[in-house]
Design a binder for this molecule. Structure first.
Ligand SMILES: [Zn+2]
Length: 359
């Protein structure tokens, strides 16, 4: 029986029931409105915690983290209830990114801020903290992406852009250099003088390490040994300044962990992916495979209009550096059997099995 049931018995009980229903549904919209303490473990969680649900009789609800801690509960390491407001911010930033992507002409800062229910100043800060770029830089990137879409009809022009040494996003870098405070040549030099933030977190598949440049997420790796993952990151970005992510970066990592634990839709955050034009087409095709589905390399080759390039498609899948968000685990052999996975076939199987269940 919840302790709050003494006064207006029926009303208190129905509030309890509503909160319990939100917990069972892992409803993110309740995050920040209350937390739940679990008597049997001494841990408190936010409503959407992906961990196994406690028994109802062991649950106590509190309006704030402070109240839960005053009652002797410790914050859950999995759902980090204290980071809940930042996570809510991340969701608002994703919404704003969508708004920018869908608009014919870029929305103003005021319009975006209004949509997020924040002041323009606060929104600007939150957007930059979550994505690493300003709303304006993101809008510029989107506009240039559209330019590339238009150019797609003329393959040789597109290929020329990619071949110019700017990697995939050369036009973006050129246009956004001012906003980013960096010269395209610095990007060309493989991340020289670029800050790359990183952080690792535990998940059900072991450790997940997320790294991001100022433009977006540039690496997601799975593994068991944090030192080995850091070494791999250093090898890939030898000229970049690697910095451990701050608390706001941890909110981004938490989003990736959430997605691994409870895959749904697409995790759409700005990415900083480097590769050839061909690799980009394959990676875009991978992102179009819905949760719970798989596609063979031959099918992907067909979808990108190069049915003969099956082996090259497999190569591009294997070259993917952003685990899960670019779901190369959803690419399988034509007979449906699993092929290799950079981060271990066991993890690939586990990801596919849970995605099948979630659908
Ligand atoms: Zn939790």
């Amino acid at each position: 029986m919840p302790p709050a049931a003494s006064k207006t018995r029926s009303r208190a009980l129905s509030a309890y029931d509503r909160r319990w229903a939100a917990v069972l549904a892992r409803d993110k919209s309740f995050d920040g409105t209350f937390v739940l303490g679990v008597v049997s473990t001494g841990i408190y969680c936010r409503p959407s915690c992906p961990a196994r649900k406690p028994l109802r009789k062991n649950v106590r609800f509190y309006a704030t983290c402070a109240e839960a801690e005053a009652a002797g509960f410790r914050p859950c390491k999995r759902c980090t209830p204290k980071a809940a407001p930042q996570d809510a911010n991340a969701a608002k930033v994703v919404d704003a990114c969508r708004q920018i992507e869908a608009a014919e002409t870029s929305p103003t800062l005021e319009e975006l801020a209004q949509g997020a229910g924040m002041s323009p100043y606060h929104f600007h800060r939150v957007f930059k903290a979550v994505t690493g770029v300003t709303p304006k830089a993101y809008a510029v990137a989107q506009r240039n992406k559209r330019v590339r879409e238009v150019l797609k009809g003329d393959k040789s022009v597109t290929e020329a852009i990619y071949a110019s040494g700017f990697n995939s996003s050369g036009r973006f870098y050129a246009a956004a250099a001012q906003s980013l405070g960096m010269k395209p040549s610095q990007f060309r030099a493989g991340g020289a003088n670029t800050d790359i933030r990183y952080a690792a977190a535990a998940c059900s598949l072991g450790l997940v390490m997320v790294a991001a440049s100022p433009k977006g997420v540039c690496s997601i790796m799975l593994g068991d040994d944090e030192d080995a993952l850091i070494r791999e990151l250093r090898d890939r970005f030898p000229k970049a300044r690697l910095r451990v992510g701050d608390r706001q970066f941890a909110a981004l990592v938490a989003k990736v962990v959430d997605y691994i634990e409870a895959p749904h839709g697409r995790l759409d955050l700005p990415l900083d992916v480097r590769g050839t034009a061909f690799q980009h087409r394959v990676w875009m095709a991978l992102r179009a495979i819905p949760v719970g589905k798989t596609a063979s390399y031959a099918e992907i080759a067909q979808r990108i209009g190069q049915p003969d390039a099956v082996r090259a498609v497999a190569g591009a899948c294997a070259a993917n550096k952003i685990a899960v968000v670019i779901p190369c685990h959803r690419a399988v052999r034509s007979d449906g059997t699993l092929s290799g996975y950079r981060w271990g076939t066991a993890r690939k199987r586990a990801l596919l099995e849970r995605e099948k269940r979630k659908r």
